[in-house]
Design a protein around this ligand. Structure first.
Ligand code: B12
Ligand code: SF4
Length: 487
């Protein structure tokens, strides 16, 4: 048996389909004996795994790992499994092992790391474990020999979603994964493409998928959504594609297909690409149920956007904020503040820019992250080389400072002064009180009103220091932070 394991990544109430595991399950379905263990569902996944290993003949434990708390849970479980069943091979795949491969292989409780797209790599790894092929022949696989030397096989060419079967949803208790959200009472998630063709210098997707994107056919996306709506009662969707809209003709066809399903949905898109869409396409997008779109605006300064290789101008963000209002779609703009070149100037300009956006389109939701570097495919982001080093072991990745780095709470970057970081955090607190996110369905009306009232003067005069009363009030009303939506 092969076990697919998704370590805990969220609070149970935020649980959603473990898409990476479902993608792997799709290629095992009907071909291999396998079992799924989801730490977001199972209160004690390690015990479940140990019990499975006692009862069944387990050939491989396959673990999906994202940076942050999920990685820490993966370590704890894998250590225990290795101690109890040292002969069972363990493979990690997903964003963390793809980006930090060496640290993963340095752990004595992980044998293999799969980089990038994983379906075929997993199948071939199983063949290699059965001695039907060599480990060296498995593209996308990294492994080590008895002396601890690491080997990294060549990249695996990426395939589009249509190359693989549908996810075997029936292998999960689907009911437990449909959660209430701003978009509906039973929100499901889906990813209708893989990768992203851009090369923003701070983004892990580039490192993982190498600046390419492959889309699912509109007909298949429609069928999957219809299946989720008809058979499981999903009434809303979050699309997890890095770029849901890549081409206008594809977008139009998909919108016409999914409009009759009556779903409300959220997706991520690029500002520059959407600005090229006609008004008719925007209307079709709204008619198809689009309620909110997440845009990586990243910065309010052209020099920073250039530094980030974003291929975007700040003016385009303002134009989009203005234009999208008429289509009744809420834009959610995300910023990464504190660029290494000139973090103070970047912060000053960015905070001012966000105020301008709010003037143009007060409904805009704002997400504010600290700038955190990500290693690029071959080398680290050039400018920070020498100033910044990533951990070489999983134990170090598990320490509080590196966990805070992973979740972008604390960037640990030597170029960001504590006073600048404080300014960003204080601004975020004032802004999120002045305009509490609409995505927190649990926030009572009185809580929203109070936050808005007590923060109004600070926002008006631009005084963000010492916002203790807002901190207390946000804590009292349990205001959800969109930045930590996930956790
Ligand atoms: C869904 C998602 C989440 C969910 C996780 C849901 C879950 N697992 O239960 C939630 C919302 C909880 C989440 C949280 C976070 N996320 Co997240 N998330 C995503 C998102 C949108 C989709 C991932 C996904 O499921 N894709 C669909 C599947 C099919 O694709 P895949 O994961 O790439 O899987 C393929 C391969 O990676 C591989 N593979 C994956 N696992 C395995 C395992 C094995 C054994 C094998 C062989 C192969 C394999 O095969 C799969 C099929 O080809 C991505 C962005 C994106 N679109 O990729 C960000 C992303 C992965 N998240 C990211 C981050 C940073 C976070 C957070 C740290 C954010 C924060 N500030 O808190 C947190 C940390 C989570 C935690 N607790 O540890 C970054 C990671 C990149 C980086 N810089 O390292 C991404 C890329 C977003 C971004 N653009 O920056 N996230
Ligand atoms: S930030 Fe967005 S557009 Fe840029 S590479 Fe990452 S996913 Fe693509």
């Amino acid at each position: 048996m092969i076990i697919l394991y998704s370590p805990r990544a969220t609070k149970p109430r935020n649980r959603r389909f473990p898409l990476s595991i479902l993608a792997l399950a799709a290629v095992l379905e009907g071909r291999e004996d396998y079992s799924i263990v989801d730490g977001n569902l199972d209160g004690n996944p390690t015990e479940t795994l140990l019990a499975l290993m006692r009862e069944k003949s387990v050939e491989l434990l396959a673990v999906t790992v994202m940076p942050g708390p999920q990685m820490a849970c993966a370590v704890e479980t894998c250590r225990r499994i290795r101690a109890a069943f040292p002969h069972i091979p363990i493979v990690w795949g997903g964003y963390f092992p793809t980006i930090y491969t060496a640290a993963v292989l340095n752990a004595n409780y992980v044998d293999f790391a799969v980089r990038g797209q994983g379906e075929e790599t997993l199948l071939e790894l199983v063949e290699a474990l059965r001695k039907k092929r060599s480990f060296e022949s498995v593209r996308g696989l990294s492994f080590k020999d008895g002396s601890g030397r690491h080997y990294h096989n060549p990249e695996r060419p990426m395939k589009g979603p249509d190359a693989f079967s549908w996810y075997p949803y029936h292998r999960l208790p689907v009911e437990d994964y449909l959660r209430p959200s701003f978009f509906g009472r039973r929100t499901a998630v889906h990813q209708a493409s893989i990768g992203c063709p851009y090369q923003c210098s701070f983004c892990g997707v580039v490192t993982a998928y190498g600046a390419q994107q492959k889309m699912e056919s509109p007909a298949r996306t429609e069928s999957i959504l219809r299946h989720l709506a008809r058979n499981f009662g999903a009434d809303s969707i979050q699309f997890y594609d890095n770029n849901f809209f890549l081409r206008e003709d594809h977008a139009r066809e998909l919108m016409d297909r999914i409009a009759p399903l009556g779903l409300r949905w959220w997706c991520e898109a690029r500002i520059d690409l959407m600005l090229r869409f006609s008004d008719a396409t925007f209307e079709a997008i709204r008619r198809a149920g689009c309620t909110m779109i997440f845009f990586g605006a990243e910065s309010g300064s052209d020099w920073v956007l250039k530094e980030m290789n974003k291929h975007l101008k700040a003016e385009q963000t303002l134009e989009l904020a203005r234009r999208i209002r008429q289509f009744d779609i809420i834009p959610e703009f995300s910023f990464v503040v504190g660029n290494p070149k000139a973090p103070e100037r970047d912060t000053r300009e960015c905070l001012q820019f966000i105020r301008t956006i709010k003037q143009l389109n007060p409904a805009s939701e704002i997400i504010l992250y600290h700038y955190t570097p990500v290693p690029q495919r071959e080398q680290m982001y050039g400018e920070v080389e020498g100033q910044f080093e990533f951990p070489k072991t999983l134990e170090e990745w598990m320490t509080r400072p590196w966990q805070d780095f992973s979740t972008r709470k604390d960037p640990l970057t030597p170029w960001l002064k504590p006073s600048t970081k404080r300014r960003i955090d204080n601004f975020r607190l004032v802004l999120s009180s002045r305009w509490p996110t609409v995505q927190d369905p649990r926030l009572p009306r009185w809580g929203r009103r109070t936050l808005q009232t007590i923060s109004a003067w600070r926002y008006r005069v631009g005084f963000y220091n010492f916002p203790y009363e807002l901190q207390l009030m946000q804590w009292l009303v349990h205001l959800r932070k969109p930045e930590a939506e996930s956790l």
